[in-house]
Design a protein around this ligand. Structure first.
Ligand SMILES: [Fe+2]
Ligand SMILES: [Fe+2]
Length: 162
């Protein structure tokens, strides 16, 4: 069994992962309207990954005899001014999520909850990749120029993501 404190903290993280999915889906929809179909595809795949993250924690809570509680998902923003602005936000958001994961790791250590600590290590590694990808794409946008006319090659590249 997991403690009530840990159960609540993990339920909160399920909500934040679902919010991440919602935010990235909103960004994907924005890119669709901006005719940057490759960026839209990349974001759609990213949204799916966030759902997978939520379900990893969801399944873990159940496996440990806890109770999953789903709360309202915050409404994401729907408008941005450029692709660069979006990736600045993605990068900042992922850094925030990394902080949340690290806080969960701290809690697992405090509670001597070794199973939760072990489960969270996957997320610690995943966040390194998430931050790396976001900052890489942000740099590429900055390099070519944050205007739609310059983004077609990058759009083509990002559209290859499966
Ligand atoms: Fe995530
Ligand atoms: Fe993420």
């Amino acid at each position: 069994m997991i403690s009530k404190t840990m159960e609540a903290a993990l339920n909160r993280q399920i909500n934040r992962e679902l919010y991440s999915a919602y935010l990235y889906l909103s960004m994907s929809a924005y890119f669709e309207t901006a005719t940057l179909k490759g960026f839209a595809k990349w974001m759609r795949v990213q949204a799916k990954e966030e759902q997978v993250h939520a379900m990893k924690i969801y399944d873990y809570v159940i496996a440990r005899g806890g109770k999953v509680v789903l709360e309202a998902i915050e409404e994401p923003k729907g408008k941005w001014t450029s692709a660069g602005k979006i990736f600045e936000e993605v990068y900042a958001h992922e850094q925030k999520v990394t902080g949340m994961i690290h806080a969960l790791v701290d809690l697992s250590l405090k509670e001597k909850d070794h199973a939760t600590f072990e489960m969270l290590q996957w997320f610690v590694r995943e966040q390194v990749e998430e931050e790396e990808h976001a900052s890489e794409i942000l740099s590429q946008i900055t390099m070519v120029g944050d205007v739609p006319g310059h983004l077609f090659y990058l759009d083509h590249q990002l559209g290859k993501r499966e």
